[in-house]
Design a binder for this molecule. Structure first.
Ligand code: SF4
Ligand code: SF4
Length: 105
């Protein structure tokens, strides 16, 4: 299951550098698969989690930190606890590992 950022976010930026997949973006910034990964897809996207008000997590790049850390790093550092499970995007551990391998081939 991906993690999502709620509208309680105070845009403090603490989470952004902690993500091993570069899945966290500042408001209004388009996301790309190629940012911080080995993927060649440079398409600028504004789907899958995009927000023009708060920091956001690109759903297709979030792996719950699997393969890198024992717990979601964004949730661990967030001062207002607004990084929560995205229940609309439930994935198994195997699916998350495949996602990680796709991002870091
Ligand atoms: S859970 Fe991990 S992979 Fe997902 S956005 Fe947070 S830091 Fe990035
Ligand atoms: S750490 Fe929390 S409050 Fe700060 S930008 Fe990230 S989600 Fe928002």
């Amino acid at each position: 299951m991906a993690i999502k950022i709620t509208d309680d976010c105070i845009n403090c930026e603490a989470c952004e550098p902690e993500c091993p997949n570069n899945a966290i973006y500042s408001p209004e910034q388009a996301w790309k698969f190629s940012d911080g990964t080995t993927m060649n897809d440079n398409t600028e996207r504004e789907d899958g989690g995009f927000s023009d008000e708060f920091f956001y997590i690109a759903t297709d790049k979030c792996t719950e930190c699997i393969g890198f850390h024992d717990e979601p790093q964004c949730a661990a550092v967030c001062p207002v606890d607004c990084c929560i499970d995205d229940t609309d995007n439930v994935e198994t551990e195997d699916e998350l590992m495949l996602k990680k391998e796709k991002l870091h081939a």
